[in-house]
Design a protein around this ligand. Structure first.
Ligand code: ATP
Ligand code: MG
Length: 540
């Protein structure tokens, strides 16, 4: 089924409005990209430029010098590249400042723009309301020559911040408030991350964006729904600035995910206040955070395909995003064993010299039967919760005198246990039931459960970082800062197979019966981040 953007493109190609599709992704470099931006990149790149054999530009909307930073430029390029989108054309809106200035002068000369001395506050107060027209400024009919001179003064640094503005002269009584003589240039004595101190006037977004699109020959300028009311202004600017083959703007619903912060500004606050460990903290919904958490480009692209593109805002369940990486890792991830809450188990019918290599299936869902070696000795670790002296009903794991299969190894019978003064079990004693080796078992012994384990003699210590959502679940729309989940990270000292000691960074594994874990990108110690649990709570 095609989405509405494809329908528009098909019509435009059929009518000859354009013969090559050119799209752009226009981030402001004031933070790291988040999952909402992934939706936009997928739509502009995979869904449009690739699909129609067109072109995709990564263009920085760096027209506001106050908040921009080169670190953000670098991270954004890295993230877009990581997603697999084309980064051969990395462009900067600030490179078009000369062109924008020229367009502003053209508007003044045509009597379509004037210099005003209102403050931002006065502009707001005289803009009118949905039911009342705005009030015309006394400078609205300022002679063209005078506006040209003042605009030049603004450019030449003769005017302090906020003293003068340039406004488009459109219609103070327009039912669309965006058309009531919007500000298009302001004075700002601020250094720009690329232009240095060349400029002390900066264009407003609504003026700059259509010009950027027009200069680059963008055919379909796709943005989020909040800009729908700005489209008449977009069209006015490209028309009055006399661009040939003007670009068109189309709006789609922005992505919102439950319990997920989707604003660079607020994410920056989390970083700046130390609420998280940087922009790539695995709890962050940033691309850098998702990557470090263990998400892959293909899982995010899959997610964007599943949510589709529409014109109605709605909130997506977090479970859908999680199911995309879970499905992928279920197919691809190697299996391994780690014990997150270890308790020692001694095999009483094997002595200290016992050591055996066993075949462990790398990935049963791959169906290729490939195995690797694991070792077993007379001392193992099992999960504390897999042995119960007084088991709850339907408990299928180990109990005194009961049996269970050790995954990939033997069936064991618990023959004893030790406790501390408080009654807490400190050691389990068990015997291997002969003739029950996995794959060679014809003993006829039946067990109800299979548990994972690690060989205590070769085990390595790992750190497992267990994550929960950054935000508490809340029906009410309270501010993010009141919804912070202060228990979103739990660090666990675990025991794992030695094999995991050399796990490559960012490689994910299924820890049997526990979940999917990804070797952390930053730590040199064996640290594993929980990607997602095994259970799929999402109703497909
Ligand atoms: P933020 O508030 O997070 O900074 P933004 O829209 O101001 O978001 P930009 O850097 O201007 O961020 O966004 C670049 C592009 O990404 C824009 O075209 C914007 O429409 C798109 N985008 C941003 N957030 C979302 C979202 N949640 N869903 C879909 N597209 C988004
Ligand atoms: Mg923004």
């Amino acid at each position: 089924m095609s989405n509405f953007i494809e329908d528009i493109i098909n019509d435009d190609l059929a009518s000859g409005r354009c013969n090559k599709i050119v799209t752009r992704f226009p981030p402001e470099p004031n933070g790291y990209l988040h999952i909402g931006h992934v939706k936009s990149i997928c739509l502009n790149y995979y869904g449009t430029a690739v699909k129609y054999g067109g072109q995709f530009n990564l263009r920085f909307d760096d027209t506001n010098p106050a908040k921009e930073d080169d670190e953000f430029v670098r991270s954004i390029v890295d993230d877009v590249k990581w997603l697999g989108a084309d980064t051969t054309r990395v462009l900067f809106a600030s490179d078009y400042f000369d062109k924008m200035y020229e367009c502003a002068v053209l508007l003044i000369k045509k009597g379509k723009a004037y210099v005003d001395d209102m403050s931002a506050e006065e502009v707001r107060l005289t803009r009118g309301t949905l039911t009342e027209p705005g009030k015309e400024s006394k400078n609205r009919n300022r002679p063209i020559e005078e506006s040209l001179k003042l605009f030049e003064d603004m450019k030449n640094g003769l005017v302090p911040d906020g003293a003068l503005i340039l406004r488009a002269k459109i219609d103070m009584a327009s039912p669309n408030i965006n058309m009531r003589d919007p500000v298009i240039y302001r004075v700002l004595h601020e250094e720009h991350h690329r232009q240095g101190n060349k400029w002390c006037i900066y264009p407003m977004y609504d003026f700059a964006h259509p010009i950027e699109d027009a200069v680059e020959g963008i055919t379909h300028s796709i943005c989020t729904l909040e800009f729908e009311d700005h489209r008449p202004l977009y069209d006015w600017i490209v028309r009055e600035c006399e661009f040939e083959n003007p670009p068109h703007q189309y709006e789609f619903a922005r992505l919102s995910i439950e319990r997920t912060i989707m604003s660079k500004r607020y994410l920056k606050k989390l970083v700046d206040t130390g609420a998280v460990d940087g922009w790539d903290d695995p709890r962050m919904p940033t691309i850098a955070g998702l990557r470090r958490r263990g998400y892959t480009p293909s899982s995010l692209i899959d997610f964007c395909e599943k949510i589709g593109v529409s014109k109605a805002n709605s909130e997506v369940e977090t479970g859908l995003l999680e199911s995309c990486i879970r499905d992928e890792l279920n197919t691809n991830a190697e299996r391994a064993m780690a014990v997150l809450d270890p308790i020692k188990l001694v095999i009483v019918n094997r002595d200290d010299s016992y050591s055996e290599e066993l075949d462990f299936e790398i990935n049963p869902t791959a169906g290729d039967g490939k195995t690797r070696k694991i070792t077993i000795s007379n001392e193992l670790y099992i999960e504390r919760s897999d042995f119960e002296v007084v088991p709850p009903p339907k408990f299928k794991r180990l109990v005194p005198d009961g049996t269970v299969r050790l995954k990939g190894a033997y069936i064991i019978r618990a023959v004893g246990y030790e406790t501390d003064e408080s009654g807490k079990v400190t050691l389990v004693k068990a015997e291997i039931i002969e003739g029950t080796k996995s794959g060679e078992d014809n003993s006829g012994v039946k067990v109800k459960g299979v548990i994972h384990w690690v060989d205590a003699k070769s085990a390595v210590d790992i750190e497992a970082r267990m994550y929960d959502y950054l935000l508490l679940d809340s029906e009410e729309k309270v501010d993010f800062s009141e919804r912070m989940n202060h228990n979103s990270l739990k660090v666990i000292k675990a025991k794992a197979e030695k094999y995991l000691e050399d796990a490559p960074k960012l490689k994910s594994y299924q820890f049997l019966r526990q979940g999917y874990f990804c070797r952390d990108l930053k730590s040199d110690k064996p640290v594993f981040n929980l990607v997602v649990g095994l259970k799929d709570g999402y109703k497909k």
